[in-house]
Design a protein around this ligand. Structure first.
Ligand SMILES: *Cc1c(COP(=O)(O)O)cnc(C)c1O
Length: 217
């Protein structure tokens, strides 16, 4: 547990996979965590963080950004269209682009504000009803649609079903990315980031293994 333990494990997983550690970005998912735990990780020099709610992120990150240089924020949770503008102003990357309405809204706001975060298309690899993401057999068409809108799609993201072998989902995501010429793969969390790195992850989203368990109470 802790940042150095996880960065060591990321480096080891890269070595085992014959990959350069610079290819893998560790996104420290700080949602729900007490601010002192987040600050401790900033003090250790880490700068890339993930949040899953726009509102929660807007409440804590402007202060941290005023105190620490070079912070990069990734939105890893679902995006509602009425929060799109705020998300685009706050986040450097959005991992949850998954429907035409959001793609169109992002494209329109990008024109207005003159910049756009890096985008990942979320794929619902397990085809779960309750989960966000485009279905695998609709991914190619949706990625093409995003490209027609000139959106900066960098890669794909998935959250495997809790009760299935994550590697199968990571492999499927990698396959969809490869056939669409996308380099980015946002996959792997605390329990499975090493397997994700073995299958090509470029962004691992690790929360509790860095900060400790989340207390939702
Ligand atoms: C919370 C969250 C994570 C981090 O989960 P851990 O199991 O704590 O590592 C990663 N990705 C998404 C989309 C999340 O919501």
């Amino acid at each position: 547990m802790g940042l150095t333990d996880i960065t060591d494990r990321v480096a080891r997983a890269c070595a085992e996979a014959g990959r350069d550690p610079s290819e893998v970005t560790l996104v420290a998912v700080s949602k729900v965590q007490p601010l002192d735990r987040v600050e401790a990780v900033l003090e250790q020099g880490h700068r890339v963080f993930g949040e899953n709610k726009v509102q929660e992120a807007a409440g804590k990150w402007p202060d941290f950004r005023a105190r620490f240089d070079g912070i990069k924020l990734h939105l890893v949770g679902p995006l509602q269209s009425n929060k799109t503008r705020q998300a685009m102003e706050l986040f450097d990357a959005i991992h949850s682009v998954d429907r035409p309405k959001i793609a169109n809204t992002i494209a329109r706001i990008a024109q207005e504000i003159g910049h756009c975060p890096d985008l990942f298309v979320q794929v619902n690899t397990g085809e779960e009803d309750q989960k966000a993401g485009v279905l695998p057999d609709q991914a190619d068409a949706f990625i093409a649609e995003c490209r027609d809108l000139d959106l900066p799609v960098r890669g794909l993201m998935c959250i495997p079903p809790v009760d299935e072998t994550p590697s199968l989902h990571f492999a499927l995501l990698a396959k969809v990315a490869a056939r669409n010429g996308l380099a980015g793969l946002s996959m792997g969390m605390s329990a499975d980031f090493e397997e994700a790195i073995a299958l090509g992850a470029t962004h691992v989203r690790v929360g509790s293994a860095i900060f400790g368990e989340r207390d939702y109470g």
